[in-house]
Write a protein that binds this ligand. Sequence first.
Ligand SMILES: Nc1ncnc2c1ncn2[C@@H]1O[C@H](COP(=O)(O)OP(=O)(O)O)[C@@H](O)[C@H]1O
Ligand SMILES: [Mg+2]
Length: 260
Amino acid sequence: MTAVAERSGLKLGVVGKGGVGKTTVSGLLCRAFAGQGRRVVAIDTDSNPNLGLSLGLSLQDTEAVPELPRALVVGAAGSRAAGELIQEYGRDTPAGPVLLSAIRVAEAGAGCTCGGHATVRSLLADALDEVDVALVDMEAGLEHLSRSGGTLAHADLLLVVCEPTRKSVLTAARTAALAAELGIPHVLAVGNKARNTEDAEFLRTALVAEGLTVAGVLPYADDVAAADRAGTVGLQPVDADVESAVQEVLTCVDEVLARE
Ligand SMILES: Nc1ncnc2c1ncn2[C@@H]1O[C@H](COP(=O)(O)OP(=O)(O)O)[C@@H](O)[C@H]1O
Ligand SMILES: [Mg+2]
């Protein structure tokens, strides 16, 4: 077992520009952590939740995951323990992790989602003794990092997903700066959708130039895209090169946290 595997209550946030692959990468990382025999809780904060699909649930089952109560204070200061909440609102997925759905906007004009974010923040602040890894798939946008009391304030480490475009790299750099302000101890970049060595090289060079450490670069994989279209992305084994990039990210997370 690695140092990370021995560490309990690891709290990760996955962020980045819209469409870069946050949910796909979140699903792959959660599967990989679960594959190491770790208890994983995957938390979807997208107002249009679809992390369940990346963990092998059908659309119907993804939509049936109950929304966490809003504005809840979890832990000693609040009314519910994290474990209780996971028990009641979590749903097992075919990929292994337990899925929580924090935010759902079911109708137009249904109001802001701050209450859902507050619950996730509180959940991460609690000890989360019952799980080895809690991973939050964040909705796109920087406001939940910049707002005082950001959702991920209690995360140990942020993974910024980035595709091979200049805009995506700039978003990653801004995100990393906000994360530092919020007091998140570690930020790593994850390149995604690299179609060739030029893309991979661009990602590594441009991210490092922005002061970011690159945990790994996932290739663009036709089978990931096809499985996404077929709704089976959380079930199928992934290409060896995708899997090895995912393992590279896990190892990097391990090394960064072991240095603490
Ligand atoms: N490594 C990859 N290879 C191929 N397609 C990918 C890869 N990562 C993500 N995608 C595709 O990109 C699109 C956006 O991915 P998604 O994970 O939903 O992004 P986000 O959560 O950041 O909005 C999806 O169609 C997904 O299948
Ligand atoms: Mg998403």
